[in-house]
Design a protein around this ligand. Structure first.
Ligand SMILES: [Cu+2]
Length: 312
């Protein structure tokens, strides 16, 4: 909406209405108090409408003034209500994403992070799955999510997250994995913890199809699993990786345990950003992250008690 050469949108009209009502109520409350005071001091008779009329007038004037001040202050701090037509027509892909270098302003990154609505990816190691056979569902989904404060990326995900789900089993347990591809191209799974024939188990799964994989976790350790569809670099760089923890048959001493999966993002600067394959091949990431998103544990740190054993 254009008004006197200035653009307003619905949010501004709503804000003005709310301010007006709030200011009116405040002014009315003040005038009621003043009236009470007059009555207590015997200046005004109770319930005299003649006294109320000027009070209402003053309240309305006060409300209008307060609304004008509120809108003016908001305008001054945020600028125009809507982007200019020129700004709207500027292609988003021409905006460059910030690089994760020391040259970046720490203050500006932190300020952006505080404005971020994304929740931190859980870092706590989930308990070991129960039973002789552990059933795991992994679903491929294309999803846009925030890889750093203010930076959105068109990712290929396992179960909607980067990294994929933490798989925690004990040595000797059998995994029974159902892998479903809801993505837009063929994908696959490669478990470094599995000693199986890769051409049979890790084959490409077409969109809309599923595959069933089963193997025994024979060796304890911390393993990568990832999509291995060619070019695997692109699939991993787009988010298709996760961690699998195989505890030794004899349990380790109890510890507060965290999983921090390192990852790198190579962005083309678009919004949402896509993979810059040349950057990936050159190993020049824009963002290096733990559990998919830069700075997420800065404001949601991992906690441990003094003297507590911690395992990463
Ligand atoms: Cu893939």
């Amino acid at each position: 909406m254009i008004f006197s050469g200035v653009e307003f949108d619905v949010a501004w009209i709503f804000a003005a209405a709310v301010l007006l009502v709030a200011a009116w109520l405040l002014a009315w409350g003040l005038s009621l108090e003043a009236q009470d005071d007059r009555e207590r001091r015997g200046i005004a008779p109770a319930g005299n409408a003649a006294v109320w009329a000027p009070n209402r007038g003053r309240a309305l004037a006060f409300a209008l003034a307060l609304t004008a001040v509120g809108l003016g202050a908001t305008w001054a701090s945020h600028g125009s209500a809507s982007p200019s037509p020129q700004a709207r027509s500027t292609p988003a892909r021409t905006q460059r994403a910030p690089r994760a270098t020391l040259a970046s302003s720490v203050h500006s990154v932190h300020a952006q992070q505080r404005a971020s609505a994304a929740r931190p990816e859980p870092a706590a190691l989930p308990p070991v799955a129960r039973g002789r056979v552990v059933r795991v569902q992994i679903v491929v989904e294309d999803r846009v999510f925030e890889i750093a404060p203010g930076v959105r990326y068109q990712a290929w995900t396992f179960n909607g997250h980067v990294p994929g789900p933490i798989i925690h089993v004990r040595q000797g347990q059998r995994l029974d994995i159902t892998f479903t591809n809801h993505g837009s191209m063929p994908h696959s799974l490669d478990f470094h913890s599995a000693r199986v024939a890769p051409d049979r188990t890790f084959k490409d799964v077409q969109p809309g199809h599923s595959i069933h994989v089963s193997f025994v976790a024979e060796r304890p350790g911390v393993y990568l699993y990832h999509c291995v569809t060619a070019p695997a670099v692109a699939h991993i760089a787009n988010g298709m990786y996760g961690a699998m923890i195989v505890d030794p048959a004899k349990p380790l001493p109890h510890a507060r345990s965290f999983v921090l999966t390192a990852g790198e993002w190579y962005t083309d600067g678009g919004s949402p950003a896509h993979l810059d394959f040349a950057k990936a091949m050159g190993m020049t990431p824009d963002w290096s992250t733990f559990n998919g998103r830069a700075f997420q544990y800065d404001e949601a740190p991992l906690h441990a008690a003094p003297g507590e054993r911690v395992r990463f």
